[in-house]
Ligand binder design. Sequence first.
Ligand code: HEC
Length: 300
Amino acid sequence: MRIETRLTLSLAFCLCLGLAISAYISFQLESRQAKEEVQQKADMLLETGLAVRAYTSDEIAPILQLLQGNAGFNVQQVPSFSAQNAIARLGKKYPDYQYREPSLNPTNVKDRANDWEVGLVRQFQSKDTLKELSGEIGEGLDKRFYVARPIRLNNPACLQCHSTPAAAPPAMVAKYGSVNGFGWKLGDVVALQVVEVPSQPAEKKAFRSVLTTVGSLACVFVLSAAVFLLLRRHVTHPLERLTQTANAISVSGQAQEAFAPAEAGQFSELHEAIVRLKTSIDSALKRIAAFSKPDDTAGK
Ligand code: HEC
């Protein structure tokens, strides 16, 4: 194998390896960035949930209680109801983001924790210092990224409706029953705040960015190779032939047609000029030789 072919093959191999490595690194970076973006939006939603909960407890509930008295009940005074409903409205703008407040013992059965949520509640219950859990669930198209935080019962005002049915407003017990959502204790992790987002859009976005990066790199490589080949064909190769012509003339005294540049142009003109120069020098030398001969005979 010619050294030139070997070099070209090694170069092509290095370029392919470089492309593969940059694709891998770029995919890792893009995936991480996509996850961070989702995590930021999820954090924002969780904080929004907390804000709506606090606003309902601090601003709405006292007014409604004044108007309807302690025995009265209106679902709009329930922090969890406000938070879940307010964020559900955001769903029109961000349909991918889902917010829930699942519990092991929920007042509203629609808030019952499913299998993997039960696992998260248990983890938060067993570890006081745990503030947040995130990860991926599901497979294939159903794969989702989640961020979960615990809801701890820190406010004694919550106990009015979540300790015993007797303490809760009768209208609430009439609506939700006396079985679920009671028996909660101060300090307990009673539920979760969970935001779920499908992973696919983030993965697709990362994949698209990788394609763009690798595609542009490949274009740069292909263009560089094309420029290299053009230079080789139109500059380096004709120059090599000119050098061969000059060498042939200086060694054997003969200009060889075989070394003429293949294409017409400046290099071909230069080749002809070298050949002409050689012819001119030859005839000049011959003339000098012809002039000097009679003197030699005269001297004898
Ligand atoms: C006026 C009664 C009342 C008060 C006070 C109240 N809740 Fe509730 N809570 C409810 C009702 C009713 C629901 C079910 C709402 C629905 O239909 O979505 C609920 C739902 C919840 C849920 C969702 C899980 C479930 O049980 O369905 C959580 C979590 C929750 N409450 C926590 C709290 C916390 C923490 C406080 C104190 C800051 C509190 N609640 C104060 C009545 C109340």
